[in-house]
Design a protein around this ligand. Structure first.
Ligand code: GTP
Ligand code: SPV
Ligand code: MN
Length: 586
């Protein structure tokens, strides 16, 4: 009798017709074999073995360098269950569309079966997935990004308790590229791309889209959030989770070297992209990081902005679409050194300035989390860490102040639901265009977002000690287009204010949108920033916010009657408060 896993592997092999099937155990020896094979096939190149031991560069096909949201689908029986913000097909149509692409796609190739655990190995909140793929680059990346191998296989045993994901490169053809989710049967099919979020199925596909569906039905939360611990001078650590859209600063915040270290404030990393949060026995919201590594944006990362990641990247790292120097060291725009001699760009061609960026704007590194000097001693705690603050944020050139605190859980959910941000290179399409991105989950929520807001509203009252909810914006600009706030390690000043709010130590000023730091309550000593700039960073313009509230109301219309009444009434209450201040100002 074959097990459910064996049955699914046989079925997948019948469909894709590989020459060979390899079951992955995740061992060191196996990994070395895969890396040697990848080098032999010219898919990866080894970097400088002295300065970057066991580091590799993968150059992707230029048509395959970012997530492709336009071909990402949620396949549910009812269209309404996927909601207006997701691409939808019925499960039957989704399979009919992709099956012909999968058919015989592994002929002459090897099929790898990679079982993996999401979350600490011994956590009750962890889940198991299995990815079938014909890409060794995917397997090698999954080994860094998840707990891949024997332990996962042991956990599955004869059970059907795993999320299957079938991935095939299928010629890496953008015309035949689909990332399909079948949340009702908890199945993933991905074809035509080998890029990160499209192909490492444990990441966005399982840990967010499928997991968010599971989380709603089981009473927990799967979120696009970093998790960090802020240590205070007494040594006490307070944990916070933050949702920013792709390429808006999660990794950098989670791994920052604090500008207030001399005052005793340090930041510890628990996770940089995804948080799974459950209500713990102690009545706190407990977060685990389902991942085991960081798949981070390279450009802009340097010894000043993120020394922790720069240290982590010096060994056992896979780089994707960065440039390399004549000395075979990785290089990217904003690494902090001028373009080195003999620079080869991400396409593999000699670089010259008129060619534009040498590294792709969405070039990335894949690195084991434990390699970061900032990794928290509690990052693998089975019960997770208790979350005291939830932070929402995005890129807003204008409008949103540096930081504000919501009035209540319900208002905080509204703040998350009204998030918007300018688009980045993390996904294909135009960059810098404002778009609505509630809770940074627009590309990742596996069901109707109106139901997702409802789920958020219902979770709050169930948490005995609910986190406070804040909103931040590191990206406000002055008239000349310069960032007003220095960002990066200086962001700890904002985290410290939040901590002081949690502890009831810091004063705040009420505005129509929420509470901003009262004058003097934000720690600014040692920072060369003028009073007018601080005022501008904190300015809440009632007219601009009224226009925003109208735009938000319009956005919410797409959800029709399914939108929770609380969200509508929060927007109405905001408009009333804004109206009162504009009238008072007259
Ligand atoms: P994903 O991995 O796509 O989810 O991105 P992320 O949210 O982890 O973003 P990341 O930390 O990689 O930052 C993306 C870009 O924003 C990089 O180019 C950073 O240099 C830049 N960035 C991060 N933090 C700040 C900040 O505080 N201020 C400014 N101005 N830029 C920042
Ligand atoms: C993101 O785009 O949010 C990422 C990179 O973290 S990917 O894994 O491609 O989704
Ligand atoms: Mn992300």
């Amino acid at each position: 009798m074959s097990t459910p896993l064996e049955k699914w592997v046989e079925e997948s092999a019948r469909l894709t017709q590989p020459d060979k099937i390899v079951w992955c155990d995740g061992s060191e020896e196996e990994n070395s074999r895969f890396l040697a094979g990848l080098m032999h096939d010219g898919i990866i190149t080894e970097l400088n073995e002295t300065t970057y031991p066991r580091c590799y560069l993968n150059r992707r096909n230029p048509n395959d360098v970012a997530r492709t949201e336009s071909v990402t689908f949620i396949c549910t029986s009812k269209k309404d269950d996927a909601g207006p913000t997701n691409n939808w097909m019925s499960p039957a149509d989704g399979k009919a569309r992709v099956r012909p692409i999968l058919e015989d796609s592994m002929k002459g190739r090897t099929m790898f079966v990679a079982p993996y655990i999401l979350g600490p190995q011994n956590s009750p909140y962890s889940r198991v997935g299995v990815e079938i793929t014909d890409s060794r680059y995917v397997v090698a990346s999954m080994r860094i990004m998840s707990r891949m191998g024997k332990a996962a296989m042991d956990r599955i045993g004869n059970s059907d308790n795993f999320v299957p994901g079938l991935h095939a490169l299928a010629g890496v053809n953008p015309e035949r590229r689909f990332v399909m989710h079948f949340p009702e049967e908890k199945l993933i099919w991905s074809v035509g791309s080998g890029y990160g979020g499209n192909a490492l199925l444990g990441k966005k596909c399982f840990a967010l889209r499928i997991a968010s569906w599971m989380a709603r039905s089981e009473g927990w939360m799967a979120e696009h959030m970093l998790i960090l611990g802020l240590e205070d001078p007494s040594g006490k650590v307070t944990y916070m989770a933050a949702a920013f859209p792709s390429a808006c600063g999660k990794t950098n915040l989670a791994m920052m070297v604090s500008a207030l270290e001399s005052q005793g404030y340090r930041v510890w990393t628990v996770g940089d992209d995804i948080a799974w949060m459950h209500i713990g026995a102690d009545g706190t919201l407990r977060a685990i990081n389902p991942e085991n590594g960081f798949f981070g944006v390279a450009p802009g990362t340097n010894a000043q902005t993120n020394p922790n990641v720069m240290a982590a990247l010096r060994h056992d790292t896979i780089f994707t679409n960065v440039a390399i120097s004549g000395a075979r060291e990785p290089w990217w725009e904003g690494i902090g050194t001028p373009p080195p001699p003999g620079l080869i760009d991400w396409k593999g061609e000699p670089w010259s300035p008129e060619k534009g960026p040498a590294a792709h704007p969405n070039s990335r590194y894949t690195v084991p989390a434990r390699q970061s000097p900032s990794i928290s001693a509690h990052w693998e705690d089975p019960e997770g860490v208790p979350i005291s603050a939830i932070i929402f944020g995005g890129r807003r050139e204008r409008l949103a102040p540096l930081v504000y605190e919501s009035r209540s859980w319900q208002h905080g959910v509204f703040v998350g639901a009204t998030m918007a941000s300018e688009t980045t290179a993390a996904t294909t399409g135009a960059v810098g265009v404002p778009r609505r991105d509630p809770m940074a989950m627009i590309p990742f929520c596996g069901y109707n977002m109106a139901d997702y807001f409802q789920h958020w509203l219902e979770m709050g009252p169930k948490i005995k000690h609910p986190p406070k909810i804040f909103h931040v914006n590191w990206f406000r600009k002055d008239a000349s287009g310069k960032f007003l706030w220095p960002g990066y390690g200086e962001n700890v000043r904002v985290l410290k204010w939040m901590l002081d709010r949690i502890e009831g130590r810091a004063a705040a000023t009420e505005t129509p949108i929420g509470f901003v730091p009262a004058p003097g309550s934000l720690t600014l000593d040692g920072l060369a920033i003028s009073r007018p700039v601080v005022d501008e960073l904190q300015r809440v313009d009632a007219h601009d916010w009224s226009a925003e509230a109208e735009a938000t109301a319009k956005f919410f219309e797409i959800f029709g009657d399914r939108l929770p009444a609380e969200i509508r009434s929060e927007n109405k209450a905001l408009q009333d408060r804004l109206h009162r201040t504009t009238v008072a100002a007259k």
